[in-house]
Design a binder for this molecule. Structure first.
Ligand SMILES: [Cu+2]
Length: 181
């Protein structure tokens, strides 16, 4: 290992001392996994990606060892039936957001290796089109908690309890905001 490399590492470490997450332009917030009873074949995971860069970015895949297969899906109403299918990518627009949420884009875990109990944590790796890999740990939410996670439900709650909305992802938000410019 050259001393030049060590110098670079030290400089980067200093810059990022307040938040390792700042290594990426993509901020992950509001992660959630839907709890599933024993024997359930599949479940969904949700997260919001915020792109702090000037370039459009794309989520192309997700990985986890919790299931045999993990895919990025889109749910859509077709007539009065909810259909879902795998998508090649999800756009995270420059200085914008992509929300993976119930009834829309989601991470699909198929062939669950164990039941997903409320309170558990599930580790994922999100893969971006540019090759960047973003680690993500998502809490498993009970059916009741998932109801709160619904975008419509969150909107109504935030009218009365605006702090609740931020409380859900305060760890990530604080780290990002303290050094974001
Ligand atoms: Cu799906």
């Amino acid at each position: 290992m050259s001393s030049r490399f060590l110098t670079t590492v030290a400089a980067v470490a200093t810059l990022c001392a307040s938040s390792l997450a700042l290594a990426s332009d993509i901020q992950l917030s509001n992660p959630a996994v839907r709890a599933m009873p024993p024997g359930a074949p599949a479940s969904g995971a949700y997260v919001t990606l915020t792109n702090h860069s000037d370039q459009d970015r794309y989520l192309v895949a997700a990985e986890s060892d919790v299931a045999d297969a993990v895919e990025v899906h889109l749910s859509e109403m077709q007539g009065d039936t909810m259909k879902m299918y795998q998508v090649e990518q999800v756009l995270v627009p420059a200085h914008g957001q992509a929300q993976l949420k119930p009834g829309s884009y989601h991470i699909m875990m198929m062939g669950l290796k164990k039941p997903l109990k409320a309170g558990d944590q599930v580790a994922f790796t999100l893969v971006m089109k540019n090759g960047e890999r973003l680690p993500l740990t998502a809490p498993v939410l009970s059916p009741e908690e998932m109801t709160q996670y619904m975008p419509a439900g969150m909107k109504m709650k935030s009218m009365d309890h605006s702090k609740m909305n931020h409380g859900n992802h305060k760890k990530m938000a604080e780290g990002e905001h303290s050094s974001h410019h």
